[in-house]
Design a binder for this molecule. Sequence first.
Ligand code: BTN
Length: 324
Amino acid sequence: MDLGPLLSILSDGEYISGVALGQKLGVSRTAIWKMMGKIEELGIDVDCIKGKGYRVGGGLDLLDRDIAKGLSCSDTVAFCDVLLDVESTNSYLMEKVARHALARGEFGFCLAERQTRGRGRRGRLWVSPFGQNIYLSGTYFFPGEVSRLTGLSLSIGIATAELLNEMGVPGVELKWPNDLMIGGRKLGGILVELSGEITQGCMVLIGIGLNVGMRESEVSTIDQPWTSLVEEGVSIPRSRLAANLIEKIVATVSRFNESGFVEFFPLWQKYDYLKGKPVTVPGGDLAGIGAGINDSGELLIQSEGKMVSVNAGEVSVRVSTDSD
Ligand code: BTN
């Protein structure tokens, strides 16, 4: 059952009767009633009033299913699947490219309206309600040694921060290694994973989660301070943001493939959230002051008169006041 056409009718937030919906979609009222049940299963609140019909209060900002067609880099994007509901866009892409390999130099993308088991770093769940945020994954084959990927996830973070900046989002910072922050609150995160045989190169999966329309008053299941573009007073249609992000990822990965982290490294300073802040590495008995990163993307901490470098891996770094 494709709920897309029904959702797109309901996206204007106006009431419409079951009869009118049935006529528009060429199905019975009973079918409409069943579809409404499915829509509610996606976590969307549907108001139903006798004599008026159905509506989604406040409407929906749906992703453009044909987003790939308008991209400036459409020649290198083999596909961009726009899904209503998926466990995780990273897992989806991983399975898809295991079945149909991409040609060299081609990108594959996936966007979803909702993730039921969105994956965050360190095994965390990424809260992914329907139609609110960006859940985007991209994949690309990197030839050569895996060590060539050093700094890739930081480069994607820098590129995302640059894009948000260019699109008029104020105060974006990067908390090493991969958190996008505004005012000390998490706006988004990046999860880079490798897939397949890691001998003659590997498939890289780049997952980006960005909080766009999520409201603090509506979500209570995130256990760390977070924000969204709407909470910051910024309104950007999700499709425009997603299309710009895809173009940015293609440009960044292509540039990184040519020259590596060296191109991106100097830009880190512009967004460095930890610089000059007291930080601790839990479990590592390390405390000091954030002092930037080195050209391998490791975090530098000034501790007891020495400069110590910390590798991203599974480490989480806390600012003394953070709950993360
Ligand atoms: C983090 O923990 O900060 C990283 C979060 C990454 C979330 C994104 S949402 C799109 C993609 N699919 C996933 O399952 N995770 C990433």
